[in-house]
Structures are given as structure tokens and as C-alpha cells.
Design a binder for this molecule. Structure first.
Ligand code: FDA
Length: 579
């Protein structure tokens, strides 16, 4: 029997991108359905670094606490270690993921949230459970096959893998969240730049109690410089903590031109033994899989009523931990736009801003992640370990750094410098938080982007300039302390003003579009006892910020305005695509 099922938004894929799209849409009250090919969610740890921006998104979507409860906390993430094996010699460390005291302060100032390590097989159930609880129609073992679209919707053919038959789903919009081999992106003809298969890597998931080598230098990542570590892979051998200190994932490279190795248990065990360096420790291999390092991004993220999110449109190595973060943030950008268009409150033109805003981010992320692999080479160079050499030569070069010679002193300095430079992979706070949007859903206020006094990849620079996310400041409401970020979101636009901003409040009220209003100042609903908001808002008390449901400033007016009504109407017309 051929059935036709209907929904408003059909999502293909239940990874971080698809699961968060479903969660956001259900939270906003949009009817949606997820189809996913397997009978279960991710069964391996995969992506894990969860940055502050993603945690802000999860906070708005109401699952931040659950993620914190299951994740490895930030303070156990941060001693990225370079060594010859876990049991072998240590070459140096980088304080990572906000654990350098100065960076930690920057993290605290930037956001009400904290980074954490949340492996994908733990993250997906949190997102999916919450999405289903809020209304998502979820279908496991359902394979996307093809789509056709017309003026009013998309008809998608899927295969029920349990029954073995096909049926069609009619949706107003289709989201392709089907990962790095996206069939939806291919069927939509999304133009891709870059290249696939740059290098070969193997993931080996295993159980072993490695606390004796890790608990005293707690970290998410232990990098191993050993013979063979520069072949393929992601810069060096990697022992990654999945759960402290018993569950692990090793990433080890292979020569992509020679093809992936035969992933027998014996092979996996030999890699684990080499990187751990202690044959006495009992090891249980759980799984092995081969994958390739990619450097690819879509130029356009949509075609008509079809939108792609996550790895479907940006494919890159795990360096900098940007994979699932960028995927979640894509979906968060798209979901509120779909809601407003489906509700008839915005023109479908609003949906064009999805590519305009997210494609530049995707491209930057792909470039950064691949550059981080290249930036590991100087560590090997400092040990003269890049040129072909026997294992004995590599060990001799590593040992040579201990000599009391000028050459050895130079080698030590070069090694320290090369390891310290890895902050661009392990502490790139600016990469995580400085994403700026330029599109018709942002109304420029004529001011230039504030010049960066510091390296914009490493340092977050808050601004309320339209196109930036609203700055975080701790404010109060009665006895409650909350972030300015807590006053926005929830699927609504928010207008923030202060004492003297009555004209803005009047302008925001009584519109068909639901706009929340927030007044910060002495004697108001919200107060600014530390003066943080006054320092960061970049508007006077009587000025206004209009913040989108995704926390981005869409419109800013520095001062009071007699014609606030007209200014806000014009801004909303542009933002909602009615202009
Ligand atoms: P993701 O690939 O997670 O999800 C795609 C979804 O689509 C899946 O649910 C899949 O079943 C479904 N699907 C695909 N085709 C379909 C079809 N035709 N019909 C129905 N459903 C379909 N990152 C990192 O930072 N560190 C790491 O160590 C790793 N390791 C790693 C290992 C492995 C094996 C993989 C596959 C990936 C990683 N990654 C990683 C990358 C990371 O997992 C990735 O960046 C994010 O999962 C991207 O999330 P998406 O939701 O976009 O895709």
C-alpha cells in the first residue's frame, strides 16, 4: 500500500544537526518529522567538544542542564598533552578549552555557559528525547530515497527498512541533515567547493583503565608523536578520552592512496598498544572504523524548499572540535526562520538569509580545522621528525632535546613554541564566538565592525553591532541573577531598552509579530547592579536593540528616537523579507 504522510518540516537525519533542528522546531511549535536510516542513534562517541555558543543554544532550548549532567566538565578537559605514548615521555602541554586562567576569565565574561565534553552518542539522545517530548514525529529505520518539489511543498520518497516498502512524505519544507555523504545535498544540486579524501584516518573505540597515565593531567586529548604518526590522519596520533578514564577513542592515520587498513581486532589492538605504551593494561576493543579528512563546503545551503544543515554542507576534520557545534548552530539559525515563514509572519525571502549567514561560517570552519592539522607539523619539525626516518632516529631526535648543547636548547625552544602555537586549535575562543552575520535579516546601523585589538581567532570580542550575538552581562530581576541572554530567545524577537526608551516599547507593542520587551535600569524589571550591561550594550539608556530569536542583534539604535515606530516598522519589514 502506498501511503502519503504529511508534515510541515521533514528532517532527514538524527545527528546533531537533525536532532537540534527537530528540537528547535518542536520547541517553537512547528509540526516536524525526522526520518533516520538506522534503528538507533549514534553508537560511537564521534563529535564531543561542545563550545559555549552551542551551550547557549542548548540553554535556550531548555536542555543545558541535562547536557551538563552527562558531560565531562570543562576542568577535566584542559591539559592537552603531547607525548611519545601515554606511558612514554611527555613533550609538553597546552592549557586548552578555556582552562588557561586568562582564557578561563574570558570564558566567564563571554557567556553564562561553560564548555563541556559531550560525546555524540550521549548528546543525540538528549536532543532527540526532548524533541519527541515536544512533538517531533520520529521514524527510525527509514531511508531517504529522493525528493521532488513544487510551488507549495516537497514530496519525499522514503523506504521503511523494517517492512521493506516505500512511501511518500509531503512536507512544506525539507531539511537535509544527512551528514557528510548527504544524498539530499546531492539531489538538491548544492554546489560544493574544496575536496574530499585529503587524508585517511581510523577511529578505534576501546575500554581500558588509563587513569594511571591521565588522572594527574586530566585532558580530553593526548597527542602521540610516534613513528608513523605523520602518515595521513589529523596531524599526529590521538588518544581521546570518551569518559574519564575508562572509555577511549584513538585516531590513527593511514595513507589514503593505499586504502584503509584491514580493521581486524588484532590491528586495532596493535595501534592501541603503540599509543598507550603499556602492554600490561587490559584493553577491550569496542569498534573500529575508517574515515577520511575532508575539506569541503557548500557555496549555497538551499535549493527552493530544501535546506541542508551540518556536515551535509561543511565537511572537515575534528580539529578545533567544530563539527557538531557548527551543525547545531546551523539548525538554530534556520529553525526560527522556518517558523515565521510557516506562520505567514515572514516572507519566504527570510529563508534566503540562511545561506547568506551560515555559508561564510561553514567555509571559515572548514578552513580553520584543516589549517589546525597543518599547524601540528612544526612540532615534528622541532624534533626533525618530518623527514623519512627510522623509529630509532625519531627516538634519538626526541632524546637529543635533553642535551646540554646550544643545538638542544634551540630544539627545546622550537618545541615549546610549536606546542604553544596549538592554542589556535585548542583555545580559539574567537572562532567559537565571533561569528558575525551579514544579510537582509540584519539592519546595518552605519557603524563599522569594531576593530579587533587582539587576534580575532583567539579572542572573543563582544559587540551589540547588528549581525553580532547580543553580549552577555549578568543582570538581576528581584533576587534572581540572570544573563541578558536569558531575556532573549524562546522563539521570540526581543526589544531591549532602558530608562527613557518608552517610545521603543510603544513601537514594539501591539504588532502582529510577538516581540518581548526588556527594560534594564534602576527600579525597572531588570537592573544592572554591576554596570556590566551599561559597559557592553553600546547604546544609551534610551536606545534600543532588537534581538532575533537566535540571539543575534538585528537592529540597533543608539539613542532615543521620536520616530521609533517608523524605524522599527522599517527594520522589521526588511528583516522579515517584506521590504
Ligand atoms: P551526522 O553524520 O552526525 O548525522 C547524519 C544523520 O543522517 C545520521 O543520523 C544518519 O543515520 C542519517 N542519514 C544519512 N543518510 C540518510 C538517509 N539516506 N536517510 C535517512 N537518514 C540518513 N567529529 C569530531 O569532532 N570528533 C570526532 O572524533 C569525530 N568522529 C567521527 C566518527 C565518525 C564515524 C563519524 C561519522 C563522524 C565523526 N565526527 C567527529 C564528525 C561529527 O560526528 C560530525 O561533524 C557531526 O556528527 C555532524 O552532524 P550532522 O548531524 O551534520 O551529521
Amino acid at each position: 500500500m502506498h501511503t502519503v504522510v504529511e508534515t510541515d518540516v521533514l528532517i532527514v537525519g538524527s545527528g546533531p544537526a537533525g536532532a537540534s533542528a527537530a528540537l528547535a522546531l518542536s520547541t517553537y511549535g512547528v509540526r516536524n518529522m525526522v526520518v533516520t536510516r538506522y534503528a538507533s542513534l549514534a553508537d560511537t562517541p564521534r563529535a564531543h567538544i561542545t563550545n559555549q555558543r552551542t551551550m547557549e543554544v542548548l540553554r535556550d532550548l531548555g536542555v543545558e542542564r541535562e547536557v551538563i549532567a552527562r558531560a565531562t566538565p570543562q576542568h577535566l578537559m584542559g591539559n592537552t598533552t603531547f607525548c611519545t605514548s601515554l606511558a612514554g615521555e611527555e613533550l609538553g602541554r597546552v592549557r586548552s578549552w578555556g582552562n588557561d586562567p586568562l582564557v578561563q576569565a574570558a570564558h566567564e565574561l563571554a557567556s553564562p555557559t561553560r564548555m563541556c565534553d559531550m560525546p555524540q552518542h550521549l548528546m543525540e539522545p538528549v536532543l532527540v528525547n526532548a524533541a519527541i517530548a515536544r512533538g517531533t514525529d520520529f521514524r527510525f529505520s527509514t531511508l531517504y530515497k529522493s525528493f521532488v518539489q513544487d510551488d507549495s511543498g516537497v514530496t519525499v520518497t522514503v523506504e521503511d527498512r523494517l517492512r521493506g516498502d516505500e512511501y511518500t512524505i509531503r512536507a512544506r519544507y525539507l531539511i537535509g541533515a544527512d551528514g557528510g555523504r548527504s544524498q539530499v545535498a546531492e539531489d538538491a544540486g548544492l554546489p560544493m567547493g574544496g575536496r574530499m579524501g585529503v587524508a585517511g584516518s581510523v577511529n578505534i573505540v576501546f575500554d581500558a583503565d588509563l587513569s594511571k597515565y591521565t588522572a594527574h593531567r586530566p585532558s580530553t586529548l593526548y597527542w602521540v608523536l610516534a613513528p608513523g604518526a605523520t602518515v595521513g590522519g589529523i596531524g599526529a596520533g590521538l588518544v581521546r578520552c570518551v569518559r574519564p578514564w575508562n572509555e577511549w577513542l584513538i585516531v590513527w592515520g593511514y595513507d589514503v592512496t593505499a586504502g584503509a587498513p584491514d580493521l581486524t581486532e588484532e590491528y586495532a589492538l596493535s595501534v592501541v598498544r603503540q599509543l598507550v605504551g603499556d602492554d600490561e593494561i587490559p584493553v577491550t576493543i569496542k569498534s573500529s572504523s575508517a574515515w577520511t579528512v575532508n575539506e569541503m563546503y557548500a557555496e549555497t545551503y538551499s535549493a527552493g524548499r530544501v535546506f541542508c544543515v551540518g556536515d551535509a554542507v561543511h565537511r572537515h576534520p575534528p580539529s578545533n572540535g567544530l563539527g557538531s557545534n557548527t551543525s547545531v548552530q546551523d539548525s538554530y539559525n534556520l529553525a526560527w526562520k522556518l517558523k515565521l515563514v510557516l506562520d505567514g509572519q515572514a516572507s519566504p525571502r527570510l529563508l534566503d538569509t540562511y545561506t547568506a549567514e551560515r555559508a561564510p561560517v561553514g567555509r571559515q570552519v572548514v578552513t580553520r580545522a584543516n589549517q589546525s592539522i597543518a599547524e601540528t607539523a612544526p612540532i615534528f619539525e622541532a624534533l626533525d621528525g618530518l623527514s623519512p626516518q627510522t623509529p630509532e632516529q625519531l627516538w634519538a631526535n626526541i632524546a637529543a632535546r635533553k642535551d646540554a648543547t646550544e643545538a638542544a636548547a634551540k630544539q627545546r625552544a622550537a618545541l615549546r613554541e610549536a606546542i604553544a602555537f596549538k592554542v589556535y586549535e585548542f583555545n580559539a575562543h574567537g572562532v567559537d564566538l565571533n561569528q558575525r552575520y551579514t544579510s537582509t535579516a540584519i539592519v546595518p546601523d552605519g557603524t563599522p565592525e569594531p576593530a579587533s585589538a587582539r587576534d580575532p581567532e583567539l579572542h572573543h570580542q563582544p559587540t551589540s553591532r547588528p549581525g553580532a550575538k547580543v553580549p552577555h552581562a549578568w543582570i538581576t530581576s528581584g533576587t534572581r541573577t540572570l544573563s541578558t541572554l536569558d531575556t532573549v530567545g524562546n522563539g521570540r524577537f526581543t526589544l531591549l531598552t532602558g530608562i527613557g526608551g518608552e517610545a521603543w516599547l510603544r513601537a514594539a507593542e501591539g504588532r502582529p509579530l510577538d516581540i518581548a520587551t526588556v527594560v534594564v535600569g534602576p527600579g525597572q524589571e531588570y537592573e544592572d547592579p554591576y554596570g556590566d550591561w551599561a559597559a557592553l550594550s553600546e547604546i544609551s539608556d534610551a536606545g534600543a536593540l532588537l534581538v532575533r530569536p537566535d540571539g543575534y542583534v538585528a537592529f540597533r539604535h543608539a539613542d532615543a528616537a521620536e520616530d521609533a515606530e517608523r524605524l522599527l516598522t522599517d527594520a522589521l519589514r526588511r528583516i522579515l523579507g517584506h521590504g
